[in-house]
Design a protein around this ligand. Structure first.
Ligand SMILES: Cc1ncc(COP(=O)(O)O)c(C=O)c1O
Length: 395
């Protein structure tokens, strides 16, 4: 009667959603302040004042129809020129407006990219741990998600394992740095290594293999860590960018895809992106927010809260006896669980109202994710509870 797969996707709650709802229920029972909800990646840093000002200026200065009307499908041409110029200033690239396609955030950007590239039998590679939505996005366009096992020492890429996953059916490789959930930033060495292997395989298989660089956390990189701009290392790259995290605008849905001129058959790829956006009924990215980001292009993100929270939580967890890779960016930690079954571990943590997400959900068992985009004071009060939880396992 209905599409069973869609029914399943729409009704089967994700673990994160279930934990979040449990948290709401507990908050009603024991009080908001006694629940330590580390489950959601919803930025807690206020949206910058310059964004608010841009909204007010636009609403005050422009005709309503020019603000709220449809734009052409790839987005307002002037906005795309401004954004291209801003990217060029930062990364020394040579993009123009025609290289950008504005989208409703990164989720739309990556789904449109998957749909644009996917032919029957195609495989898309993700590195564990990875953003769980990749699986349903890839499968929704008829592709197969192939997962490269994690390199838990540093969450860079295990190249030997990666090479084993490449086949003539590989269409694209998804890169997400700074990473959700590991908090790792891929080094220049990692990106160079990845590019070299892919160039070799493109030659061997006789067709392009794309990198889809999913970059909603690009601006959230901590001191000492630089996020390499992937198109500078590998021509066949699509960059999927979003303002959800950098400007704390996740509900407004605004981002873009960059399609470099150097990509194999620019005209075909850009055309397929436009076609994919069309059938996914994307229509155009939100018009007001296109105008807003053009006025805010190049403005810095305030990441000081995430720096402070990341350091505090990392040190607290290590002091309590957890093993964890140091945070390099984004706003997540991905420590080892204190028993191999990460679901059992996260269940046990609920006893202290610590709401954590099992690593298995991200394709990496024996770990758990802690989202630290919450109040610093909440993290401070959670640390004795993590200590108590760890002490249970020390007995
Ligand atoms: C790795 C990753 N990619 C994409 C997204 C989707 O972001 P957006 O809000 O821009 O659609 C998220 C959101 O949490 C994410 O963590």
């Amino acid at each position: 009667m209905v599409a069973e797969k869609m029914y399943e996707l729409g009704t089967k709650k994700s673990t994160i959603r279930t934990i979040f709802e449990f948290g709401r229920k507990r908050a009603a029972e024991v009080g908001e302040e006694n629940v330590f909800d580390f489950s959601l990646g919803n930025p807690n840093v206020p949206t910058p004042e310059f964004v608010k000002q841009a909204v007010l200026d636009i609403l005050g200065e422009m005709e309503p129809s020019a603000i709220h009307g449809y734009t052409i499908a790839p987005g307002n041409p002037e906005v795309r020129e401004v954004l291209a110029k801003s990217i060029n200033e930062r990364f020394g690239t040579n993009f123009a407006g025609k290289n950008l396609f504005l989208t409703a955030g990164a989720a739309a950007a990556i789904t449109i990219s998957f749909k644009a590239l996917c032919e029957p039998g195609d495989e898309f590679i993700a590195f564990a741990p990875f953003f769980p939505e990749y699986r349903c996005f890839v499968e929704s366009v008829g592709g197969k998600l192939v997962v490269v096992p994690a390199k838990p020492e540093d969450f860079q890429i295990d190249f030997a394992a990666f090479e084993k996953c490449l086949t003539p059916q590989t269409k694209a490789v998804i890169v997400n740095s700074p990473n959700n959930p590991s908090g790792a930033v891929y080094s220049e060495e990692t990106i160079k290594g990845l590019a070299e292997i892919l160039r070799g395989k493109e030659k061997e298989y006789g067709h392009p293999i794309f990198i889809i660089s999913d970059e909603p956390y690009r601006e959230i990189a901590f001191e000492g860590y630089t996020v390499p701009y992937v198109p500078k290392y590998y021509a066949n790259t699509l960059v999927c960018y979003s303002y959800s995290k950098s400007f704390s605008l996740p509900g407004e849905r605004i981002g873009y895809i960059v399609v470099p001129d150097e990509i194999a058959d620019f005209g075909k790829v850009y055309g397929a992106i436009a076609g994919a956006a069309r059938v996914l009924t994307h229509v155009n990215a939100p018009s007001l927010w296109q105008l807003v980001i053009a006025r805010c292009a190049g403005r810095p993100s305030d990441i000081s809260t995430y720096v402070k929270n990341g350091q505090l939580l990392y040190q607290g967890l290590v002091d309590a006896g957890f093993k964890c890779v140091k945070p390099q960016g984004a706003f997540y930690l991905f420590p080892q669980s204190l028993e191999p079954d990460d679901y059992a571990f996260c269940e046990r943590a609920k006893k202290y109202d610590l709401l954590l997400v099992p690593g298995t959900d991200f394709g990496c068992s024996g770990h758990f994710r802690v989202a630290y985009c919450i109040k610093t004071e909440t993290i401070e009060r959670s640390l004795p509870l993590f200590k108590k939880l760890a002490a249970e396992y020390a007995q």
